[in-house]
Design a protein around this ligand. Sequence first.
Ligand SMILES: [Zn+2]
Length: 222
Amino acid sequence: MPSGKTHASVTALAAVVTPILLNPASPEGLISGCLLGLIITPDLDVENKTRAHGTVAKIGREIGGKNGKIVGEVFSSLWYVFWWPYGKLLPHRAYWSHAPVIGTLGRLLYAPTLFTLIWLALSYLITDISPPPVAVNIWAWIELHLDNGIQWSEIRGMFISIWAWFISLLTGKASLPFISSNQFLRDGLWGLIIVDTLHAVLDLVVSAAKRTLRRKSNKQPV
Ligand SMILES: [Zn+2]
């Protein structure tokens, strides 16, 4: 499979080429989204540190100035701890991490989900903290359906409406406050989807090429 360095080079190149090809009114969002792909990558689905962690460490070193080395190490370790459950949950190159759009959306939903779970756990341990509003809603919904029996059609409906919202967000038709009013975030999301898709395509192409080469070399007379 392609190395982290290859993926990072393609991602950095995409940050330059994509705004030229798509020519948006202002390229900042698209460029930022592509560059975000250097630290939030489909390959976070592994348990060990990746090139993305190295990049986070580099950012920490830049920000840290005189204490750069320590700050870089702290940043990289926090990044590692944060994504560790993701790597543990998914097998490397799983559909959920590498499929275009789904992988990107999953990683973007991972952060709020993890924070919600941590907050929820803390709110049970420490009574002073109240659970986040979203968690309360979800919990109320689960409780209601545990009592009344789960309606699968409703879950399916919810899933479809989340996707419908996501697609309308991408096509600029969603009217959600915060994101829809902000072209920068929408372009950023597109940028991230583009580099994640390039990652998946590169994985597939390189693996197929390696398989073909191996088959050819096996056929060679000894
Ligand atoms: Zn990969």
